[in-house]
Design a protein around this ligand. Sequence first.
Ligand code: ADP
Ligand code: NI
Length: 228
Amino acid sequence: MENDALQTAGQLSNEEAIAGTAAYVKDALLGAEGGHDWWHIERVWKTAQHIQAQEGGNALVVNLAALLHDIADAKFYDGDETVGQKKASDWLSKLSVEKGVKEAVLHIIANISYRHRYSSTGGYTLELKIVQDADRLDAMGAIGIARAFSYGGFKQRPFYDPQIPPEQYHSTVAYAQSAAPTINHFYEKLLLLKEGMHTEYGRQLAQGRHAYMEAYLQQFFAEWEGRL
Ligand code: ADP
Ligand code: NI
């Protein structure tokens, strides 16, 4: 990572601020559910770094936002959307990063979620695009499939029921309350992610991961019907 691509982080060097944040997040997410654990964060962090290296943008903001984006997902706090913001804000104050860096990171955390796409207030900064692409890529491909079934198990959902067809949701609440089988989630979200990628590099990775999920579903239904 090029040092001069980063803005300063107060008394700490940028590397120290990023390493300190990684340690903080790793500790905070110990014992988290499989789809939202430290390894999810580490994958998103690495992917975001790769995209940033190709597409530019402020590397300090991208690194900190990738690390902090799921620090307190509202799903695990009775739907309270403010917990993550508060935790991240407190942490960034402790780090004493510049005000602009802190605001940019909090903007990303507030707007990154797929669930917020119905109500997004816009303001798509390059850094938000990068971290959102990285987060969405982790919901696709082989890892995305593993995460979907992990989440479905956590929610005690069946993995497939031929009598419950996939639905299109038109509100954040309806989407969050869905109790449909996990296979439906591919049609309701995972196969739609490719079209929403913002960066060129993200789009390239998304194509491969999308094709992998389509091949997986073909095999799944063939096996379901005993055809393979
Ligand atoms: P976001 O934070 O972008 O709104 P989520 O936190 O809802 O995304 O999703 C996190 C992971 O859990 C993703 O891999 C996603 O595909 C998976 N997931 C979310 N909802 C479901 C569901 N209804 N069935 C299966 N997997 C799900
Ligand atoms: Ni995430």
